[in-house]
Design a protein around this ligand. Structure first.
Ligand code: ATP
Ligand code: MG
Length: 560
């Protein structure tokens, strides 16, 4: 894997190290909210958070940002742990914002005592309406000037559960006319009687993101806190809280970077959850989703995702990357690692009329030794049976070849990969005129696929022996969304959903060795692409990616 190029984040950390800021320490964290599974955008953040820590001799925690009891669930926590491990990272510690609820509360009392926070009895709609707008100051709450004693009493009673949900909030007392809206007395606590997956019913007040995040960073000893650009305007608030608290260690620093977006897909957990909930995909691990579990099931190697994220790097400009670029990393990795197999997805029977029979009068069987991966001889070879009845791809035969069609047609000779040269002689059709069988002769002098007289053929085709074929199901995938930026035109990505993003092919005929592909393993079907064996369902294969480098084609087009 290539080392990351330097970027503004690495420059900053390097300068901190040289200057001895944070005592020469680097500590980061990856802070997912367990309200969904991780997607490849999270992978970008993980690779940055863990990458910076390891490059500078520091540590990175996994911290569940679990401050919202209504949306968070244990199985998301378990899934996130699993996905980070699969991606190849090990957290120094796994912690939770909910571990800090007591400390956060004590610090809230501290701010109240300092006159820096107050209990507001207004409802959320009123508070929101009073925020004002750009160039328009907000309206101060009538409860803003309560005494510290009164606020402390009310806050304690909020915690004790004396008030109904939504009836009061705790707010920071900053500036209702501040040009940054985030500093207009932001909410720190809400009353909410949700059942929290960890703290159960211990709390009925929950901290907001802004009140929990920086303080959690500080409690853990985080030095560099990376988040996406939309939190840029929250940074002054992040600093405001930390500057007013008796911190156990140096004040952490927040730095923002651009989110990862990819063409033809959606990345927000809300949208992904919608796709799952409405049954447009089969679940969070549907191979069409950009979730890590979806990509894993699709056959994307973790190394390809890491290499892709390293290649695109981090910047402060939002942009949407072409999904073909990601796919080219997947292809490069799989070309190195995937074993080759033969599989016929839309079978057509090919009968060799001059094929010999054995002593028992049955068609003879010959075994050919083929490389498992010509890119890596260490992967060895396997024996593949060949006989007089074979399956070939239906689209590899044309009775009357259209222009530029060089595969099999009547009277034309082609190579069957690693076996023999064959020439089609005639076809058998059913009552509807559909071709059900192609008849051909083979040249016994071409064993291994080359003619002793040096004559050439224009095409090499894959095949599977009928008597030895195993039945498989193959899922072919197209883009989940037809447009590059789903929802750009109408505002709703679902309007751009591709109705045929998956085609299931049953009755595919594959070589016997494929039955031994490990669950989740990825192989190359010769000439067709890379395919992943389903982790749970034997002989179901998901098309990971085709063989053609579409990214190279896009670049050529752009250069022209
Ligand atoms: P979503 O909008 O998908 O729900 P989120 O930001 O709410 O994402 P979190 O679980 O809060 O999801 O994210 C955990 C971390 O991952 C945060 O630091 C966040 O900034 C980062 N992250 C989330 N989405 C992306 C993305 N598309 N690209 C880069 N980083 C991301
Ligand atoms: Mg979030």
């Amino acid at each position: 894997m290539s080392a990351p190029a330097s970027d503004f984040v690495r420059e900053m950390v390097r300068e901190d190290m040289e200057a001895g800021t944070f005592g020469g320490r680097v500590q980061t964290r990856f802070p997912p909210e367990p309200n969904g599974y991780l997607h490849i955008g999270h992978a970008k953040a993980i690779i940055l958070d863990f990458g910076i820590a390891s490059e500078f001799g520091g540590t990175c925690n996994l911290r569940f940002d679990d401050t919202n009891p209504d949306t968070e669930e244990r199985h998301f926590v378990d899934g996130i742990v699993e996905d980070i491990d699969w991606l190849g990272y090990t957290p120094a510690r796994t912690v939770h914002a909910s571990d800090y609820f007591e400390q956060l509360y004590l610090w809230a009392e501290h701010l109240v005592e300092c006159g820096l926070a107050y209990v507001d009895d207004q409802d959320p709609e009123t508070i929101s309406a009073q925020r004002g707008g750009y160039g328009r100051p907000g309206i101060e709450s009538p409860y803003r000037d309560r005494t510290a004693e009164e606020n402390l009493d009310l806050l304690r009673r909020m915690r004790a559960g004396e008030f109904p949900d939504g009836s009061r909030v705790l707010r920071a007392r900053i500036d209702m006319a501040h040009e940054n809206m985030q500093l207009r007395d932001p909410i720190m606590y809400r009353i909410r009687r949700g059942h929290h997956y960890r703290t159960a019913d211990e709390w009925c007040i929950y901290p907001t993101y802004d009140w929990a995040h920086g303080q959690s960073d500080a409690i853990e000893g985080v030095t560099h806190s990376f988040c996406t650009l939309e939190f840029d305007s929250h940074r002054p608030l992040y600093d405001w809280f930390l500057e007013r608290l008796p911190l156990p260690s140096d004040k952490p620093r927040q730095t923002e970077f651009a989110r990862l977006e990819l063409t033809h897909t959606v990345m927000s957990k809300r949208r992904l959850a919608e796709l799952v909930a409405t049954g447009r995909v089969d679940g969070w691990d549907d191979p069409r989703l950009p979730t890590l579990r979806g990509l894993r099931r699709r056959g994307y190697p973790a190394a390809a995702i890491r290499d892709f994220c390293t290649f695109i790097g981090v910047s402060r400009t939002n942009s949407r990357h072409e999904i073909e670029l990601l796919e080219s990393f997947v292809r490069t990795e799989l070309n190195r690692t995937a074993q080759r197999r033969m599989a016929v997805l839309r079978p057509l029977r090919l009968v060799l009329t001059n094929w010999p029979t054995d002593e028992a009068g049955e068609p003879a069987v010959e075994w050919f030794e083929l490389w498992n991966n010509p890119e890596d001889p260490a992967d060895g070879t396997r024996q593949v049976p060949f006989s007089g009845e074979l399956y070939i791809e239906r689209e590899d035969f044309a009775e009357v070849p259209p222009p530029k069609f060089f595969r099999l047609s009547l009277g034309r000779e082609v190579r069957l990969r690693g076996a023999y040269l064959v020439t089609a002689t005639d076809v058998v059709t059913d009552d509807d005129g559909t071709i059900v069988e192609v008849r051909a002769t083979y040249d016994p002098a071409t064993r291994g696929g080359s003619a002793p007289d040096g004559r050439r053929v224009k095409s090499t085709m894959h095949w599977v022996s009928v008597a030895h074929a195993v039945d498989a199901t193959v899922a072919e995938y197209d883009r989940l969304f037809t447009t590059a930026a789903p929802g750009e035109a109408t505002g709703d990505p679902m309007d751009d959903l591709n109705p045929t993003s998956r085609v299931l092919l049953t009755g595919c005929k594959v070589e016997g060795a494929l039955a031994d592909t490990p669950a989740g393993g990825v192989v190359q079907f010769e000439r067709l692409g890379y395919f992943a064996h389903d982790p749970a369902e034997p002989l179901l294969f998901h098309r990971t990616v085709g063989l053609r480098d579409e990214w190279a084609a896009i670049q050529r087009r752009q250069q022209r």
